[in-house]
Each structure stands twice: as C-alpha cells, then as structure tokens.
Design a protein around this ligand. Structure first.
Ligand code: ATP
Ligand code: MG
Length: 140
C-alpha cells in the first residue's frame, strides 16, 4: 500500500470543547502524519462550496450553519492508504453507529456535530486539499 494524502477537518464541536489535541493524537496513533494544519473561521461561501455535493440534502443549511459556528482546523494527513486509514479511525457518520475506539464514538456529540471530516476518495482528497492549501503550505 502506498503512502498517500487525505484531507481532514476538526469541526467546531471539537474545537469548542478544546479537543484539537485529542483528535490529532488519535489521528497520529492511527499512523497518520499531519503535514499541513491551520485553524480558520470558514465563511458561509467557503462552507457552501466545500459541501456543494450535499446541496440538495435536507440537512444542508444546518450543516453549513454548524460548520461556520466556530473555528475549524483544516489538515492534510499523510500515511499508508491515508483515505481509508483516516475513515477507519473517524468511525461511522452517526456516532451512535461508530465502532468503539473511533474518534466519533469517543468524542462526537451527534450525527451533525460529529467532530471530524475526512475525504471519501483519493480524488476528492486532492480537490479538498487544493480548496484550503497552497502546495507550499504542505510540508511532508
Ligand atoms: P464528512 O463528509 O464530514 O467526513 P461523512 O462522509 O461521514 O462525513 P456525509 O454523508 O459526507 O458523511 O455527510 C457530511 C456531513 O453532513 C456529516 O459528517 C454530518 O456532519 C452531516 N450529516 C450527514 N448526515 C446527516 C443527517 N442525517 N443529519 C444531519 N447532519 C448530517
Ligand atoms: Mg463525506
């Protein structure tokens, strides 16, 4: 399995509860390396663009409001099969269905306030990384 990159967001419910370090430790313990990281306040336009695939879903408006309700930490993660490794440590979208030991099971508040985002494919990882980072901001 090759070393690849994925994109992660530590969501506002986690930054609000001062869990940036706790989430990052779980990512690192899963074998991922943080090769870029910044804390930002997303604008409404940025959040709408980021979640454009969910535009037609009933929860879209609430999701955008949640994502701009406080700061987030956007990160690029590197590791063996990074997309799948990250999705595994994140756990299921709904924390009630997430496996024990996953970030969402241990830390998330609800299906919406679920503490982390992770890219769902290598193709989307590349798009999402480019949405938030310039190449020179990523240092492996
Ligand atoms: P993410 O894309 O954030 O990594 P995911 O891939 O597990 O999460 P998606 O189906 O892509 O889940 O949904 C994106 C986000 O929208 C979820 O992480 C969650 O915050 C929110 N969401 C998804 N389903 C619901 C729902 N039924 N009600 C409220 N919010 C939801
Ligand atoms: Mg998703």
């Amino acid at each position: 399995m090759a070393t690849t990159r994925t994109f992660s967001i530590i969501k506002p419910d986690a930054t609000r509860r001062n869990l940036t370090g706790a989430v990052t430790k779980m990512l690192e313990d899963a074998g991922l390396r943080v090769v870029a990281s910044k804390r930002i306040q997303m604008t409404q336009e940025q959040a709408e663009g980021f979640y454009a695939v969910h535009r037609e879903r009933p929860f879209f408006g609430d999701l955008v409001s949640f994502m701009i309700s406080g700061p987030v930490v956007v990160q690029v993660l590197e590791g063996e099969d990074a997309v799948a490794t990250n999705r595994k440590v994140m756990g299921a979208t709904n924390p009630a269905n997430a496996d024990a030991g996953t970030i969402r099971k241990e830390l998330a508040e609800s299906i919406e306030a679920n503490s982390v985002h992770g890219s769902d494919s290598e193709e989307n990882a590349a798009i999402e990384i480019a949405y938030f980072f310039k190449p020179e901001e990523i240092v492996g």
